[in-house]
Every structure is written in C-alpha cells, then in structure tokens.
Design a protein around this ligand. Structure first.
Ligand code: 5RP
Length: 234
C-alpha cells in the first residue's frame, strides 16, 4: 500500500488478504460475491493446494474460483462449512448486515446458513450505526412485485425494481430485485423475520439471523478485527 491515504480498492485488497487467516487447511470454504470477495478469491488461489475447494454463492464467483483452479462444490454435496467469507453493503455494531448489492443475496444467505462462522470483509465505509442508508435489496418472485412495493410503502419504504440495460435485472435464480430506500432498520432480526414471510419474497437482504461473527474492517490504520458477541437482538 502507498504512504498516502489508501483507496477503497486498496482497503478491499487488504481485508481480502487478511481473510486467508480464517481459512482452515484441508477445508471447503464458503465464498461470497462482490468486489471485496474478488480480492479474496484472487489470493485464495495462492493457497489452492491447501484447501479442498469452495462452495460459491453466485455464478460470477464460481467462474472466478474456477479460473483460479479452485474446485467448486455444490451445496448439497457437502456438509457444514467451517467458514463463510463475504462482503457487505452495510454492517452494524452487532454484525447484522445489509447485503445484495450484487444481487446474490439468496445464495449468500444459503451458504452462510450452512457455515459455522461468517467472516465479513469490508472497507470502513460499510460500518454504520443503523442499517438502512444503503437501499435494501429484496429478491422477489416477479408476479408479487407490485404488491410487495405497496407493502414497503406502508413502512415508508420506497421500493424500486432494479434494472439492467433498461430491463428488469434477473438474478441467478430467475427472479427480480427490489431496492428499498428510506428505511431505518433498528430491529434487524424482527424486520428480517417479518419481511421474509411476505408471500413472494424470496430473500430479504437483511442478514441478522445469519449475521457476521467477525468483521475484518479495512481502515487507513490497517485491518481492524471486530468480534461480535452473541448478544440478544430484536
Ligand atoms: C453481493 C453482496 C456483496 O457482498 C455486497 O454488495 C458488497 O459488495 P462489494 O464488496 O463489491 O462492495 O452482498 O450480493
């Protein structure tokens, strides 16, 4: 890193490399999605002889892992994973996160649920007091889109369909993404439980049930390691 204030990309590279310390030799590693995780995948290639392979949370990460020569396993072919490494769009003081900026939230939550420890890697801009400044991604079944928009409006959330090249973005699972602005999520666990049961919601991008156990936060002073107690959440 240069002696000047590090860029966001340099901080991502820093925490991507720091995450290697959490990878157990001989294990299969859970791998998330996004630009920070890409930095992790790139250095994971250096220790590919030491691991059995990975379980991936997206088509994009699978392609990158395979390009590094790392074997990618199907979730259904492996048991519990020791560790899941992923980024976040926001993370609060309890390890609760908003995720899904890269539209991979459903598979990310699935792999996180199959992992004993979630290690979040993020640059310092992602750390917040209250979740919600980042528009909350929600993966939805297309036919339920308009009703779910109205359900968020009742919570004063402004939900908009995510577009790509002028058409609705279609996820790896063939569904749509709503991005919801204007929410302040003070009770992430209760919020996640509530929205998850709305008909047509595939996955809400609040990760409170699958919150991080550790966050490696990239700061200008270096990597700060945040460890979250299993505190009572609402
Ligand atoms: C993808 C995610 C990413 O982890 C999140 O968007 C952070 O991405 P980046 O590391 O590029 O900032 O949840 O669905």
């Amino acid at each position: 890193m240069s002696t000047e204030r590090p860029t966001q990309d340099e901080l991502k590279a820093l925490v991507g490399r720091a995450a290697l310390a959490f990878v157990e030799k001989g294990s299969i590693v859970g791998v998330g999605t996004g630009s920070t995780v890409n930095c992790f995948i790139d250095v994971l290639g250096d220790m590919k002889q030491d691991i059995r392979g990975a379980v991936s949370s997206s088509v994009a990460s699978t392609e990158r892992l395979r390009a590094m020569g790392i074997e990618v396993f199907d979730c259904n072919d492996v048991d519990q994973l020791a560790v899941y490494i992923d980024g976040a769009d926001e993370i609060d003081g309890h390890g609760c996160m908003i995720k899904g900026g890269g539209a991979a939230l459903t598979r990310e939550k699935i792999v996180a649920a199959q992992s004993t420890r979630f290690v979040c890697i993020a640059d310092a801009s992602k750390k917040v007091g209250v979740l919600g400044a980042f528009p909350l991604p929600v993966e939805v079944i297309p036919m339920a889109t308009h009703r779910i928009v109205r359900q968020f409006a009742a919570l004063r959330g402004d939900a908009r369909l995510r577009l790509k090249d002028g058409a609705p973005l279609v996820t790896d699972n063939g569904q749509y993404i709503l991005d919801v602005r204007g929410l302040k999520i003070r009770q992430p666990l209760a919020f996640e439980s509530e929205v998850s049961q709305w008909p047509g919601v595939v996955t809400v991008g609040v990760f409170a049930h699958q919150r991080a156990h550790v966050c490696l936060l990239g700061t200008p002073a270096g990597v700060e390691t945040l460890r979250f107690e299993p505190a009572e959440l609402r």
